[in-house]
Write a protein of this length. Structure first.
Length: 296
């Protein structure tokens, strides 16, 4: 833009207009065509730059141009130095991208909880349910066709097996027929099982826990034994007696009055004698001994 002093020498030092004073010789500033054209171009450029068309009959176009320029400058796209984050904008009632992502992840984690990897998506759950929207009703109807829990064969409709009562009845009928009149224990306990034949003969029954050597151990009884002394097997089960001697004389183990083991003096050294003692039988040893052990 031109100042008036740019086109005439009659302006003051600030290139502004000067009022003429003929009496004092002050020349008034001359208005040049260059300055007038410059001012006109400035005004025309402002109006045209605002997107308006020059209208010789409209003296308000400069004002309209200023309004148009102001409206265009105040649009968000034309603003400079705009903030790019919600915190810089001072907005507090919205989630940022990070907060939104975190909230979504927390919501999904709460929904999945501790579900196994094979069942932590809606599709996997739907596949597991066979994509059946009425899964609960389907399962209920399927269970309705199943047998109710029972504690008897009859409750399950099983007819090809014997009940406890039937089995006991059949067993008793066999035992009490031509083979056995009764079975039980002579002393009312499990210590002496016995079966009575139909002819009245009582037959003792073997018990697993009464088998020879079952539950028995070898014991050193040397300190409580003496030669030529009768002892009785009161254990209710057979026992085994082992004796070691270096006696040069004849020596023997007698069971129930019968010599069950013996040896003669034929050479020097140790001799080993052993005998089985039935329950209730007496037993003794003749001679000296260096060891006496019993399996009892």
């Amino acid at each position: 833009m031109q100042r008036v002093g740019d086109s005439t020498s009659t302006a003051n030092g600030s290139k502004e207009f000067v009022r003429g004073q003929p009496g004092t010789g002050v020349v008034a500033t001359l208005i040049t065509v260059e300055w007038l054209n410059a001012v006109q171009r400035e005004l025309v450029n402002a109006i045209v730059g605002a997107g308006l068309t020059i209208d010789p009959g409209d003296d308000s176009q400069l004002f309209k141009a200023v309004q148009a320029i102001q409206a265009a400058a105040f649009t968000w796209a034309k603003l400079s130095g705009k903030p790019t984050t919600i915190s810089a904008s001072g907005i507090t009632d919205v989630f940022s991208k990070t907060e939104t992502s975190t909230a979504i992840q927390q919501a999904v984690a709460a929904l999945v909880a501790s579900s196994p990897a094979a069942l932590d998506t809606l599709k996997e759950l739907a596949d597991a349910l066979g994509n059946d929207p009425n899964f609960a009703a389907t399962v209920t109807n399927a269970l309705a066709g199943k047998a109710s829990k029972s504690t008897t064969l009859g409750g399950y409709g099983i007819g090809d097996a014997y009940t406890k009562t039937e089995s006991n009845g059949l067993l008793n009928s066999k035992l009490n027929s031509s083979f056995c009149a009764s079975a039980g224990f002579t002393d009312g306990t499990a210590a002496q099982p016995v079966m009575t034949h139909s002819n009245g003969t009582a037959v003792g029954l073997a018990r697993q826990d009464a088998a020879f050597a079952v539950g028995q151990t070898w014991q050193d009884v040397k300190a409580s034994r003496a030669a030529n002394t009768n002892y009785t097997n009161t254990t209710g089960r057979p026992i085994q007696v082992n004796i070691v001697t270096a006696d040069a004389n004849a020596r023997s183990i007698t069971v129930g009055g019968v010599v069950a083991a013996y040896t003669f003096a034929t050479y020097g050294g140790n001799y080993f004698l052993t005998a089985t003692i039935p329950p209730g039988s007496t037993y003794s040893y003749s001679g000296t001994f260096s060891n006496w052990a019993e399996l009892r």
